[in-house]
Write a protein that binds this ligand. Sequence first.
Ligand code: ACO
Length: 326
Amino acid sequence: MKERFMAKRSLLVGFGGFLPDRVVSNAELAERLETSDEWIKTRTGITRRHLVGPNDTAASMGAEAARRALDYAGLTADDIDAVFVATATPDQAFPATAVRVQAALGMKQGFGFDITAACSGFIFALSTADAFIRSGQIRNALVIGSEVYSRIMDWEDRTTCVLFGDGAGAVVLSASDEPGDRGILSTHLHSDGTAGDLLYVDGAVGQPDKSGHLKMSGRDVFRHAVGKLSSSVDEALEAEGLSYADVDWLVPHQANIRIIEGVAKKLNLPAERVVVTVDRHANTSAASVPLALDEAVRDGRIQKGDLVLMEALGGGLTWGSALVRL
Ligand code: ACO
């Protein structure tokens, strides 16, 4: 039997992202929809998005993001004990996208499963992996968010299809007992199924009469977003006895620049301390936080030792936050 290693914390040691090649601008969408670059930009901050080609899937993109995260960490797939994939757009109902990723990485050891919490999926997966690590059950985990929302869009519905993009992001988490406070300090998860009809996918396996498209009451989701995200940010800081002034970086879910700015204002954080990718990626759901994190770590904005606050809200409703000392 494998010896249990009682970790003090889970450290984020690797970061990776993958965006499909095809870039679609607002202007291109406006050629076939009654919309405009101006409307999309002012309401959401989005200027363009990446969309998958026929061969990309949640598993293929997730595996590529994972390879990049492993490279960053200086680890190989052989070092990984578990793969957690947050996705609302799995390749198949089963097997889990996580085991497809395992196979793509050549892993025969360990285990993998998917986590469905829509746009909050990465925070939920990070929290799950952290619990497995701190319980001593695993030492190294891949935590991936990977989404192909372009395949659940109604491309005739301008109120939803302009908002989303495809992509994948990944982190490697490693057990650590080093002194100090680096690693995941705390995570805070919430869901409220009574608001399930505000944002959902119409249909699933066994419902062939349904469209299979994403449906959203945009204004209602917006109304919930700033309040719930702000309270989960407060919850994270209170749990650690920290204040807004201690936060070095906000890495928010990238749904809409107005939601991001609303939370940043509440935190009193200047725009330079908020990682924004929604302008170029649009909303990539569970992939948005790890993609933003990867970008800001690789370009040197986020440094070792920085206090990073991540938050997300999505269909469910689900919402949550993670406070991490990098
Ligand atoms: N182009 C042009 N006009 C549009 C478009 C479009 N793409 N979409 C809607 N409109 C029209 C509407 O039909 C409406 O017209 P009307 O007044 O003649 O009826 C008008 O624009 C205003 O529509 P609203 O829905 O009131 O616009 P609003 O300012 O609320 O912005 C938006 C809509 C951007 C969806 C906003 O509500 C929002 O961001 N909500 C948050 C939802 C979100 O981000 N969801 C993502 C998933 S959840 C998450 O990740 C947090």
